[in-house]
Design a protein around this ligand. Structure first.
Ligand code: FNR
Length: 185
């Protein structure tokens, strides 16, 4: 039966390499698996319980609902200062306060891309730590860390063009699809 995944993007940059990766995913998904982007986390205010108490922002509630309705979430994000970008952590903090908490028991896959050699590996492990508290079911491997991404994305079209990277991401999506099917309620 078909699966639907959503992508959560951790960069707000217009020419984001991670956005290029996320945009490529629908073409790389196995047969029977569709992938679409969640709304932008740019629309989330800075988390404060005072703001929450005044009423959850519509963008937060809409994203929580989209995640609840999906069979899995693919988080695609840069690494900032060896960790998770503040804007993505802020989004996760917001989502964690919604009831029912949308990432609980939700299959999650992580992808990071960086112009550097390590491909955002350190951010992945910080992200996994937060996802433990949210009780998300995070795919262990294959881990998708895309180093030297500047040479793998076409500068004019912002398309992920590197064949080896595309094949590797396709293999992660295949593994994630199996994982999500196994965990489907
Ligand atoms: C970075 N960058 C970066 N790269 C990395 O591999 N490890 C890191 O720790 C950091 N730290 C970092 C901090 C801050 C504040 C910025 C702005 C950038 C570089 C980063 O990978 C690069 O800017 C990417 O292009 C960001 O991803 P997007 O926006 O292109 O998807």
């Amino acid at each position: 039966s078909p699966l639907h995944f959503v992508t959560l993007l951790g960069s707000l940059r217009k020419a984001s390499f991670n956005a290029a990766v996320a945009r490529a995913l629908p073409e790389l998904a196995p047969v029977g698996v569709s992938i679409s982007p969640l709304g932008s986390i740019a629309d989330f205010p800075h988390y404060s319980q005072d703001v929450q108490d005044a009423g959850f922002p519509a963008a937060v509630l809409a994203m929580a609902e989209a995640i609840r309705n999906a069979d899995g979430v693919i988080i695609v994000t840069p690494e900032y200062n060896y960790s998770v970008p503040g804007v993505l952590k802020n989004a996760i903090d917001w989502l964690s306060r919604v009831t029912p908490q949308p990432l609980a028991a939700k299959p999650v896959a992580i992808q990071t891309a960086s112009p550097g050699m390590i491909g955002g590996a350190r951010a992945q492990y910080h992200l996994r730590q937060s996802l433990v508290f949210l009780n998300a079911f995070v795919l262990n491997r294959p881990e998708a860390m895309i180093g030297q991404v500047a040479g793998k994305v076409d500068a004019d079209t912002l398309r992920l063009t590197d064949g080896v990277t595309r094949e590797f991401l396709a293999s992660q999506l295949a593994a994630f699809s199996q994982f999500a099917r196994k965990l489907r309620p």
